[in-house]
Design a protein around this ligand. Structure first.
Ligand code: SAM
Length: 376
């Protein structure tokens, strides 16, 4: 079986931190997977944030997997911070407070980290100085948007006024009357075009299976979130527009005071695997996992590879196991050939995607294993 998609992804993303924070809403993921204390979850690591959310939600074990070593190093450093730093210091390491001393904090954590993680961070202390949540390629791209593009469209006072709105009707009115002007739409279309994103924010490999215009779809989804989801509880819009979260109680679960404590306690239930999903799954026994967070990896793969991945999930789990994944720009769900093996809960997926505060995604798939590969 060709590994073209996985290999292209490894070549593009394997050596860098692309995502310093999760751009996928944990509330959507948790609503799809409904994990409990009997669950062993395989979860795409990326920034670590959604794997942390699954552990805090009570999964028995979470195996965070990524083909990128730097992404794993990032998640391990965050996790060590949650375990060994108090809240103020943890927030400083992440870049959420002005306390500073980030390199000093890293050196406090260094003895708790493995060799590969230390080697990465020793060579990349400059990223730590930025604050961990801002250090990814995608976050750099967003800060370019915030610092260079947005001021060409809206004054800082307009951005602040938008972010201050506490009522959805007022938000809709503000969007229509003050925000959604011709210049906003024009600059958005350029900055979030496939060409600019592939060069600066994502990578060409991440668009390999995308057909059709990208910026129009993103503009439509952004217009939806700006009118239909309260900005006061939307950490994603807050970060994009202001470079910070306004309310840590409504951001990633591990960032609140309670969440930081819960993650410190859950830390020992999280393991890391530096590998690609298909290779890892091929080496584990049936029944190893009962739930899967596949991020939006299926759309980085061809249809054939995507089916290989889904079949590998079925083979590594058992009846009743759940799979959840997003579609950003490519429609992917279990193919008709797997209809007996995996049932799709389209109603749940559609309900959850409508509430998705991360808003750029087109669909969310929730599937349940009905019978194992070998029964048919
Ligand atoms: C799939 S990306 C999602 C990013 C974001 N949603 C987007 O599309 O721009 C999240 C993480 O998945 C990892 N990844 C991609 N393909 C993978 C694979 N086949 N196995 C394991 N990790 C993979 C990447 O290294 C990255 O850290």
């Amino acid at each position: 079986m060709s590994q073209h998609g996985t290999e292209a992804t490894r070549a593009a993303l394997g050596g860098r931190i692309s995502y310093a924070q999760s751009w996928k809403d944990p509330a959507v993921l948790l609503g799809g997977l409904r994990v409990n204390a009997d669950d062993d979850v395989l979860s795409v690591c990326a920034s670590g944030d959604n794997s942390f959310a699954l552990a805090i939600a009570g999964a028995r074990s979470v195996t965070a997997i990524d083909l990128s070593g730097p992404q794993i190093a990032l998640a391990k450093l965050k996790l060590a911070g949650a375990k060994h730093l108090n809240l103020a210091r943890f927030h400083s390491l992440l870049g959420l407070s002005g306390l500073g001393q980030r390199i000093y904090l890293y050196h406090l954590l260094r003895p708790h980290l493995d060799e590969a993680t230390v080697a990465f961070w020793d060579a990349n202390e400059a990223l730590i100085r930025e604050g961990l949540l801002g250090c990814g390629k995608f976050e750099h791209y967003l800060s370019l948007f915030r610092d260079r593009m947005l001021p060409l469209v809206h004054r800082q006072s307009t951005v602040d006024e938008f972010l201050d709105l506490a009522d959805l009707d007022a938000q809709r009115k503000f969007f229509v009357e003050r925000w959604n002007n011709r210049r906003w739409r024009a600059l958005f279309r350029v900055f979030f075009s496939q060409t600019v994103m592939a060069r600066s924010g994502r990578s060409a490999a991440q668009f390999a299976h995308v057909e059709g215009a990208v910026s129009g779809a993103f503009l439509e989804r952004t217009s939806h979130v700006m009118q239909e989801i309260p900005i006061a509880s939307n950490p994603y819009l807050q970060w994009i527009l202001a470079g910070k979260y306004r309310d840590l109680e409504h951001s990633q679960p591990y960032l609140s005071a309670e969440g930081h404590k819960a993650l410190g306690i859950a830390a020992d239930r999280i393991e890391f695997v530096h590998d690609d999903l298909i290779t890892h799954l091929a080496g584990v026994e049936a029944g190893t996992y009962s739930a899967f967070n596949l991020s939006d990896v299926p759309e980085y793969l061809s249809e054939a590879e995507s089916e290989t991945l889904l079949r590998a999930c079925v083979a590594a789990s058992g009846v009743g196991a759940r799979l959840a994944y997003w579609n950003l720009l490519v429609p992917r769900w279990r193919p008709p050939s797997m209809a007996k093996m995996l049932s799709r809960d389209t109603a749940l997926g559609e309900r959850l995607i409508r509430q998705d505060r991360a808003f750029v995604y087109g669909a969310f798939q929730v599937e349940t294993v009905e019978c194992s590969t070998f029964s048919h």
